[in-house]
Design a protein around this ligand. Structure first.
Ligand code: ZN
Length: 331
């Protein structure tokens, strides 16, 4: 029999994530579903549809994918394939009332027995009501300004959750074959609005776990969790260092640096009074303790980096004074 490269069938790289595989599968399943084909290419589409479903049966399941990856890494599409020992005595799997949705010999040679076993429980469940299963965990990213992270905020976010397909009730198959409504994934997308609270001093990279706000569980199964990955937007002044520290530039004039001064500066949380010591050099840093972000109880510091710059317009009187300094230095 010929080796089948399931990655090639779905058009995804070997490194594809579960989500990428699912997306590719859904797209192809919709495109080649026999119900949507015109009479012309119907036969080819049906073949293609079978291949796609078989590929997803393997790559869409973590265990199957691992097994396939381990087995198939040295094989190319279409190569003559010899099933490994220990897989013999398989039974080809057919689901009742699903003519035309059988799997290839190649598939059966690898997954035959196990698949039959799995599906026995699966279809048994189909008749007796679905087995309960925990809902999917969902990962969402949210980007906030440094100020929002520092003082805390409340945000409305839009998320799409995997919801159980109501047509096939998550079974993926109906008695007519692969479910048309969900493309055979068993889930559809449910869009939801949520208000989330971000605590003050949340460091960029914080992951908030919102229990039970992920995908709905199957049958009596609990809902999955929502994992909110908090990121920082770039800021014109403040840079995040080591996740918890902040650093920003404070521009001072040469006379302030030489003589010392007290200036106010807006930090992400509030206005602070900064004391510039006489004789401060450019690049020197002032450290304000515990004004950074909080990571598991470790609170970072805020660094103010002094940068000396000259004002744009010098008055004739200022020039004259600089000339005096210049003359003194060049004696
Ligand atoms: Zn469905």
């Amino acid at each position: 029999m010929k080796f089948i490269d399931y990655y090639e069938v779905l058009g995804v790289p070997k490194s594809a994530t579960d989500k990428e595989i699912k997306t590719a599968y859904r797209k192809l399943a919709r495109k080649y579903h026999p119900d949507v084909q015109k009479t012309g290419g119907k036969k080819e589409a049906e073949e293609k549809f079978k291949e796609i479903n078989e590929a997803y049966e393997v790559l869409g399941d973590a265990d199957n994918r691992a097994k396939y990856d381990q087995l198939g890494q040295n094989w190319r599409m279409g190569q003559e394939f010899q099933p490994p020992p220990g897989n013999s005595g398989y039974q080809t799997y057919h689901m009742d009332g699903m003519d035309g949705f059988g799997f290839s010999d190649f598939f059966s040679s690898i997954f035959g027995q196990e698949f039959s076993r799995q599906q026995a429980g699966y279809s048994g469940g189909y008749q007796a009501g679905a087995r309960s299963r925990k809902g999917e965990d969902v990962e969402v990213e949210i980007s906030l300004t440094i100020e929002e992270l520092m003082v805390g905020t409340e945000k409305d976010i839009q998320i799409s959750l995997p919801a159980l397909c109501t047509v096939c009730e998550g079974q993926r198959f109906s008695n007519r074959g692969v479910c048309n409504s969900c493309g055979g994934t068993g889930t559809t997308e449910e869009h939801k609005k949520l208000k989330v609270k971000i605590p003050s001093k949340s460091y960029p990279g914080t992951v908030l776990r919102l229990k039970g706000l992920g995908g709905k569980g199957l049958s009596d199964g609990p809902s999955g969790d929502l994992f909110l990955h908090v990121q920082a937007k770039p800021h014109p002044i403040w840079r995040v260092i080591n996740q918890v520290d902040l650093e920003g530039d404070l521009i001072v004039r040469p006379d302030q640096a030489v003589l010392g001064d007290q200036v106010s500066m807006q930090t992400p949380a509030d206005m602070v009074q900064v004391k510039i010591q006489p004789g401060t050099r450019s690049g020197q840093k002032l450290r304000l303790r515990n004004r950074g972000f909080n990571k598991n109880g470790t609170v970072g510091d805020l660094y103010i980096k002094v940068q000396i710059d000259i004002p744009r317009n010098q008055t004739p009187q200022e020039i004259e004074l600089y000339q005096q300094i210049f003359a003194l230095r060049n004696k």
